[in-house]
Write a protein that binds this ligand. Structure first.
Ligand code: CNA
Length: 241
């Protein structure tokens, strides 16, 4: 592992533009510069350890009022806009440099920036469905309003299309992400503490040539990376364009 300064990232740019199948794998740190707090930074959502409970299936099923109250206050950011990282990734994809964005985020900002091949491992806050009749509905039915949202047709409780704690990841997203990681010769990993499995397993399993980690704080996989950059993603991606 070589920890390099941002100003020396020219070498990474060369590798990126000559890669055959470059992939970006990111997490909550991609959106902190859009004003959405992450989980595990010192001012992240997990500064209060009990917050994990409010994003669990148990909370949704047993205390839905508390679940929706927490969810609306902490997971929904209707005014957030894509930042330089989202925009750079979309531009790199349009140029054919990046083939896929794999994200643990649920905020939809990669698509808002124009990225097309986005794999959302943990789902999205942009849609919801009925837990009874399974009908799909637009996000407003959950994200706006107060109390427990109910299905207009059958009256059962609605839920967001996000993967909660105690639930397994969507099989198709997992398969697509794994396929891209397997095909990839260069992977940039950024804005993720790499503490959540199975997503973090992509880094463990990566067998391509170049693994680059861009993260403000250390991750358990820094030793596996060819280059580690301890800087903000927006500064890094500005240099990749
Ligand atoms: P995390 O565990 O909170 O880690 C975020 C990491 O990003 C930390 O290591 C930070 O040091 C780093 N970081 C923060 N800002 C920057 C920046 N500007 N540049 C570089 N690095 C930065 O988040 P993970 O994604 O690893 O954890 C997975 C959880 C968080 C998933 O279940 C997500 O759904 C969930 N989450 C998503 C959002 C969102 O959609 N925007 C927000 C908060 C949490």
């Amino acid at each position: 592992m070589t920890e390099i300064e941002l100003k020396h990232s020219e070498r990474i740019k060369e590798l990126l533009y000559s890669a055959e199948h470059a992939v970006f794998f990111g997490g909550a740190g991609v959106s902190t510069e859009s004003g959405i707090p992450d989980f595990r930074s010192s001012d992240g959502l997990y500064k209060d350890a009990s917050n994990e409970y409010y994003l669990s299936r148990t909370c949704l099923m047993k205390e839905p009022e508390k679940f929706f109250d927490f969810y609306r206050k902490n997971m929904v950011f209707p005014d957030a806009k894509p930042n330089k990282t989202h925009l750079a990734l979309a531009e790199l994809e349009a140029m054919g440099v990046i083939k896929a964005v794999i994200t643990q985020n649920i905020d939809g900002l990669h698509q808002a920036a124009g990225s097309r091949n986005v794999i959302e491992l943990h789902g999205t806050t942009s849609s919801c469905y009925c837990m009874g009749c399974k009908k799909a509905y637009p996000e407003e039915l959950i994200n706006k309003g107060v109390g427990i949202p109910r299905c207009p047709s059958c009256g059962s409780v609605l839920r967001p299309d996000v993967t909660l704690y105690e639930e397994s990841l969507d099989g198709f997203s997992l398969y697509s992400a794994k396929k891209h990681v397997d095909m990839s010769d260069l992977m940039i990993v950024g804005g993720t503490s790499l503490k959540v499995f199975p997503a973090a397993g992509f880094v463990e399993d990566f067998s391509g040539k170049h693994l680059i980690i861009v993260n403000l704080s250390p991750t358990p996989y820094d030793d596996k990376a060819e280059f580690v950059i301890r800087a903000s993603l927006s500064e890094f991606f500005e240099r990749m364009l």
